[in-house]
Design a protein around this ligand. Structure first.
Ligand SMILES: Cc1cc2nc3c(=O)[nH]c(=O)nc-3n(C[C@H](O)[C@H](O)[C@H](O)COP(=O)(O)O)c2cc1C
Length: 202
């Protein structure tokens, strides 16, 4: 079947896209408003985007007023991207409610805020990996109702739980056991992995 997105507008195209581009990691983004209100929310339009310097991105969809996370990051230029392990999936989901800006989602979800080294927003203690970020760039991709914005942050400090690191100082995927966002209300669980060596072209 061919689907022209022009005939499949609004939320329908978003839902199709979100069911096809899978699995997606979830960045649980902590931020602080200019007045000091702590915020925590999950974003699955989230990924690594650059190696040197290391950068990550996440994409708040449009809302009026803007989502708290986007507003906070634009006000302060800082956020922490926390990776979501399976053992904290329910707590992550609790943070996604449309709470007013003064509600601290750490408290709603029973997650623990621990001070960061460099930025003001706290890390999530329960996350196996947290990345302190300074804002690099904000790009509004589309102003349409289901459009959104790319927020790119430079990672200025990694926090990696010792127990998820392997001997090569890399994160072991099985130990990380990340939540994987699928379409609709579905999530995936990592059940295995394999290695594949890339061809060397001389
Ligand atoms: C697993 C998961 C992934 C989500 N991914 C996104 C996303 O990529 N972009 C987005 O705008 N909202 C996403 N949401 C919804 C936001 O978390 C939700 O709108 C939240 O209330 C935003 O909070 P804030 O206003 O405090 O920033 C997601 C929700 C869940 C549960």
């Amino acid at each position: 079947m061919l689907i022209d997105p022009k005939n499949f507008p609004g939320r329908a195209a978003y839902q199709l896209l979100a069911s096809a581009v899978i699995p997606r990691p979830v960045g649980l983004i902590s931020s602080i408003s200019a007045t000091g209100a702590v915020n925590l929310a999950p974003f699955s339009f989230f990924n690594a985007v650059c190696g040197e310097p290391p950068m990550v991105l996440f994409c708040p969809t449009n809302r009026s007023p803007a989502k708290d996370t986007l507003r906070n990051v634009q006000e302060t230029g800082e956020f922490v991207a926390n990776i979501v392990g399976q053992e904290m999936a329910q707590q992550m989901n609790l943070t996604s409610g449309d709470y007013p800006p003064d509600v601290n989602e750490f408290e709603i979800a029973g997650l623990t805020a621990v001070p960061s080294q460099i930025v003001a927003p706290p890390c999530v203690q329960e996350s196996p990996v947290s990345m302190e970020c300074k804002l690099h760039q904000v790009i509004q991709v589309s102003a349409k109702p289901h459009g959104g914005t790319i927020v790119i942050g430079e990672v200025v400090m990694f926090h990696i739980r010792d127990s998820v690191l392997n001997q090569d100082m890399l994160v072991d995927s099985a130990k990380l056991n990340p939540v994987m966002r699928l379409g609709g209300a579905s999530y995936g669980i990592m059940t295995g992995s394999y290695d594949m060596i890339r061809p060397v072209v001389k």
